[in-house]
Design a protein around this ligand. Structure first.
Ligand code: SAM
Length: 208
């Protein structure tokens, strides 16, 4: 009974959500697309010709935003453990980011290019056990950071989804060691009641 009520409430919120409606009207696959648009509007992270890696890309909303911005001289490589319908101008790798073989597949798509921007909207499947979910989420963010550290050009940027909770302060410190600035972004499209936030690290240092 409780479950029915919850799903009804979810459905009511979903159909009345202005971002869900807008996404439908404007042809975006996710309301998340508006979160990235807001961050990009403020921080101007993407320019034509850039190489961007989109981690946790399915169903493809962020990739849809990125592809026209980098243009035909740029490259967007999207990755997800779930399948995703093709997005024009975007290369897609379907693989679990926590598996070593995935990095090899990404390397192959990169074909020697250094990356200008790594973005990660990866979120673990929710178990309902708060501490477990938070640890998994921080674990994914750490994997994304490791990749960004290895593959970003000096000066490159990293945007990563996190959830407010344990491990986040330590993670921010790790970011500050490798990037010149670290800021928190909570786009309007991110629901107020959600503890989700984005950390934006800019200016990959060349030495650390
Ligand atoms: C919130 S959704 C991303 C939405 C996307 N940014 C968009 O705009 O369409 C989070 C995604 O992270 C993916 N994900 C979670 N863990 C992953 C992993 N270990 N490897 C690859 N993808 C993962 C999920 O499959 C899910 O599609």
């Amino acid at each position: 009974m409780a479950r029915t009520k919850t799903s009804k409430a979810w459905m009511r919120e979903h159909v009345t959500d202005p971002y869900v409606r807008r996404a439908k009207q404007e042809g975006y696959r996710s309301r998340s697309a508006y979160k990235l648009m807001e961050v990009l509007e403020k921080d101007r992270l993407v320019r034509p010709g850039m190489t961007v890696v989109d981690l946790g890309a399915a169903p493809g909303g962020w990739s849809q935003v990125l592809a026209p911005l980098v243009g035909s001289a740029g490259r967007v490589i999207a990755l997800d453990v779930l399948e995703m319908a093709p997005v024009e101008g975007v290369a897609f790798v379907c693989s679990d980011f926590s598996e070593t073989a995935t990095l090899e597949r990404l390397e192959k798509e990169l074909a020697g290019r250094r990356i200008d921007l790594v973005i990660s909207d990866m979120a673990p499947n929710i178990s309902g056990v708060g501490l477990v979910d938070q640890a998994r989420s921080v674990g994914l963010a750490e994997l994304a950071l490791e990749f960004a550290r290895d593959r970003l050009k000096p000066g490159g940027s990293f945007l990563v989804k996190m959830f407010q909770g344990s491990g986040i302060d330590e993670f921010r410190k790790q970011l500050a060691e490798s990037f010149t600035t670290v800021a928190v972004r909570k786009p309007k499209a991110s629901r107020d009641r959600s503890s989700e936030l984005y950390l934006l690290a800019k200016g990959r240092r060349s030495t650390v």
